[in-house]
Design a protein around this ligand. Sequence first.
Ligand SMILES: C[S@@+](CC[C@H](N)C(=O)[O-])C[C@H]1O[C@@H](n2cnc3c(N)ncnc32)[C@H](O)[C@@H]1O
Length: 314
Amino acid sequence: MMDNSRGSIYHTPVLVDEVLAFVNERKRSTVVDCTLGDGGHSEAILANSQDNFVFGIDIDDEAVEVAGKRLDAGFRGRFHVSKWDYRQLNLHLARVGVPRVSAILIDLGVSSRQLDQAHRGFSYWADAPLDMRMNPQGTRTARDILAQWSEAEIETILREYGEERFSRQIARAIVERRCKRPIETATDLVDVIISAVPAKARYRSLHPARKTFQALRIAVNDELSRLDEALRKCFGLLEPEGVLMVITYHSLEDRIAKTVFRQIEARGAGVVRTKKVIRPGKAEVARNPRSRSAKLRIIQSRGCWGKENDDKKR
Ligand SMILES: C[S@@+](CC[C@H](N)C(=O)[O-])C[C@H]1O[C@@H](n2cnc3c(N)ncnc32)[C@H](O)[C@@H]1O
């Protein structure tokens, strides 16, 4: 069903051992998996200790259903799943009556399930309508952006979110093409991109449409807006000495996580546990090529126990 090195029908989670190492620092952990996906990280955390409890959330109904089915039965009483946006995690925890948790995981980006299912419109290889919403109730699709945004706005997202060298040429070609007929499907968009980029860029190892599709996905789902605010809010929901773990796949996401963590550390509220960012080793990348751009950053809360606890330990 999907490009999954282990032959599993599920998304292959990245940096699992590294995440577990931090969760395992406590005998008993209450963890929020903010981006549940197929539930790979949650499963590893639940299987690792009978004492762990996981709240799994995702904005994608299908993720909630798939992970729910996968984990509900095997970990009854220790797993709670809801459709929710992690940017409002505070409201979810208030709803379930849990003021603070010991670990929060945010695994950003897109899941293999979302990418591989043609009808979701995330992939340049499938001739499907350009949807790209992670939350099917989201108000904006990629088609809407291509039809309604100005040339300058499209160029900006291609440059910033896609880091696309030919952003100007592609944005111009999109606007020229939509004046003649709408860009509806992935194939329509790939044709426009191929016509816009220089011939030598068409035959590189990376598909010439890859960056444009990435940029559109980030814009459709507003993935970078309010990420800094969401990280700060999540950090505020940690118990003393709890950990916030963020896996990023894009340089802008990573920069936001790094900056927010440094600011929290500078005001004395937390300690950055990953002075050097954690990346997958060669074996993991060989096993799961989609992990190649992953970076894990972790910050630990000092909370109100900070100095008090240090004193007790002495
Ligand atoms: C890389 S996948 C996570 C994969 C997961 N760790 C696993 O092991 O299967 C990212 C997930 O985040 C979800 N997501 C994206 N933005 C979200 C948000 N604001 N709130 C909750 N989930 C979100 C996506 O729908 C997607 O399922």
